[in-house]
Design a binder for this molecule. Structure first.
Ligand code: HSE
Length: 292
């Protein structure tokens, strides 16, 4: 059973640990095969940094939780670079959950698969936050809270992404976050998050973009990504409707009507700060799907 599991961008600015959006590209391919024991194999870019011990691997943890002792060989072909802010470990967990569900005929709902994938993702991220696994399993735009997953079809739009040649682990990126925030900043985030969700529901990409302002997390994390503020300005100057750090970073995502100019502008702005980056354009994508 082979499954294509998409990358995702979490937070989208104000939705820290709640908002996620599936991307059409890049993606992992997860293959599962019945076996006498549980084994995990990882190949592709960045594979050397990913543990293959089942208890330390996101897909391995998912297999353990779903199969409770039954054997399976899980093979993960990475297309999403680890520690890039594009939901790499979450995609592997989501792909494993969907593949195992199909191969073993377990009959779990997509919501239940999000919960299994979230337990796998916790093995890698250190903290359970299902904002990347939800879109990787369900597709589109998702809001998660306390096990509830709401899924909305996003408007038609381009997503320009700048993937800098920097590694930033989720753990490091979370370690700088404050324990408490100012009420005024929290109010601003509620307003932005509400605008963003309203834009998703109304199919209004411009409103989504206007909602991508984060007063709580991004100002602190910006210090971890050299050139972030200039990259953000460059994307907006090139017509982006909204810009945010993608998940825990270091990637940056810009919502655009047409994304090519913003992708190039972000690449150049990173280069001006001495950081090589790859800019590319994709669009909102579907959830994990079985490959024929
Ligand atoms: N919401 C998470 C964060 C996404 O920003 O830390 C990263 O996995």
């Amino acid at each position: 059973m082979r499954v294509r599991a998409p990358a995702s961008t979490a937070n989208l600015g104000p939705g820290f640990d709640c908002f996620g959006l599936a991307l059409e590209d890049p993606f992992d391919v997860v293959e599962v095969e019945r076996s006498s024991e549980l084994t995990v194999e990882v190949s592709g870019p960045g594979a050397e940094s990913i543990p293959t011990r089942p208890e330390a691997n996101t897909a391995g943890v998912v297999a353990t939780e779903m199969l409770r002792g039954e054997g399976v060989h899980v093979s993960v072909e990475k297309g999403i670079r680890p520690s890039s802010g594009l939901g790499s470990s979450a995609a592997s967990a989501a792909g494993a959950a969907v593949a195992i569900n199909e191969e073993f005929g377990l009959g779990h709902s997509r919501e239940e698969l999000v919960a299994f994938a979230a337990r796998g993702e916790a093995a890698s991220a250190g903290a359970p936050h299902p904002d990347n696994v939800a879109p990787s399993v369900m597709g589109g735009f998702t809001v998660v809270r306390d096990g509830e997953v709401v899924c909305l079809e996003p408007p038609e739009m381009d997503l320009a992404v700048a993937l800098p040649d920097l590694e930033l682990s989720t753990e490091e990126s979370r370690s700088v976050l404050p324990d408490s925030v100012a009420l005024g900043d929290a109010v601003e985030n509620v307003a932005s998050a509400s605008l963003l969700v309203a834009g998703m529901a109304a199919g209004d990409a411009s409103m989504v973009g206007r909602g991508m302002r984060d007063a709580l997390v991004e100002p602190v994390r910006a210090e971890l990504v050299p050139g972030y503020r200039a990259v953000r300005e460059a994307a907006l100057g090139a017509g982006a409707l909204g810009v945010a750090l993608s998940g825990a970073g270091p990637s940056v995502v810009a919502i655009c009507e047409v994304g090519d100019a913003a992708a190039s502008a972000m690449e150049c702005a990173f280069a001006e700060h001495g950081v090589a980056a790859e800019g590319f354009v994709t669009e909102p994508g579907n959830g994990a799907e079985v490959l024929e």
